[in-house]
Design a binder for this molecule. Structure first.
Ligand code: FE2
Length: 290
């Protein structure tokens, strides 16, 4: 089984985006778009109607990028699975959270995500679990129920909200697949931006759930780089910056991850501008650590 994952796609900076052809040539069984799949120009939307108009325009432009369109058509034609979530830039704008604003805004952003990618849903929510032969893939909604860290440092239900936390814990108790992939748009560990570590109680709650569980890991985005980290005991692989300009060097990033699985072992290849795979590691279920 093969999974491709990536995030942070800014058409305003990189157009065309041939990186999607590379991903298509991998013929993944599952493609995970881990957020910032488009970038709103207006980061201060306060009217749902205007937010909807900009989201629709940006998604429309992205869906018509020729390599992206070909990849999505290929996935569809092969019956492969597309999973997607939003981060800040395809939600309410830079570093904004659903709980801090007019509820009609977050409803609008969620509706447009569903309209664009037809993601699997849980009731009216866009968090979901997808069962494959070897892996259960949980996609979290880390934006809709989240508030500013200053408001929720002491909240055990921070980031996900009580309903999603309950659902997530139930899914984990029932999960019996060899691998458990948890997709979070924000990074879990602190890579210098928004992260779960800003919410100590939520961070600890997730840590209790995943530590020591062979085959479990977090796949995240947002950070505009590829990275691997497990110092907390929770394995995290960041794959981010599929089409972005580097601020310092002005080069075009094309970062993405290819994960392949068999009964005993996961291989993670994190690809970037550098020839081949900058990280190419295999982790066995018997010794589940980086
Ligand atoms: Fe982000």
């Amino acid at each position: 089984m093969k999974i491709a994952a990536t995030s942070c796609c800014k058409l305003q900076q990189v157009n065309p985006q041939p990186v999607w052809r590379e991903i298509m040539e991998e013929s993944p069984d599952v493609l995970i778009l881990a957020g910032d799949n488009i970038y709103l120009d207006d980061n201060q939307h306060d009217q749902p109607r205007k937010l909807r108009a900009e989201l629709q325009a940006r998604y429309h432009a992205q869906l018509h990028e020729v390599h992206y369109a070909a990849l999505l058509a290929d996935l569809h034609g092969r019956g492969a699975t597309l999973l997607a979530t939003y981060d800040d830039h395809d939600f309410l704008g830079d570093n904004r959270y659903g709980e801090d604003h007019d509820p009609a805004l977050r409803e609008t952003a969620r509706e447009e995500l569903v309209r664009t990618f037809a993601v699997p849903m849980t009731g009216r929510d866009v968090y979901s679990v997808t069962h494959t032969a070897l892996a259960d893939i949980v996609v979290l909604d880390a934006r809709f129920y989240r508030a500013d860290p200053a408001r929720s440092r002491e909240d055990d239900n921070a980031i996900l909200g009580p309903g999603q936390w309950d659902w997530f814990e139930r899914v984990l108790r029932r999960s019996s697949a060899r691998y458990l992939l948890v997709v979070s748009s924000s990074t879990y560990h602190d890579f210098g931006g928004e992260c779960w570590e800003q919410y100590p109680l939520a961070f600890a709650r997730m840590r209790r759930l995943l530590t020591g569980r062979a085959g479990a890991m977090i796949i995240s985005g947002d950070a505009h780089r590829n990275a691997l980290y497990d110092d907390s005991g929770v394995m995290e692989i960041v794959t981010s910056g599929v089409s972005q300009k580097s601020m310092v060097f002005g080069t075009t990033r094309k970062n993405y991850g290819i994960f392949s699985f068999d009964e005993h072992c996961m291989r993670a290849e994190l690809r970037s501008l550098k020839a081949g795979s900058r990280f190419d590691i295999s982790i066995s279920l018997d010794n589940w650590q980086l």
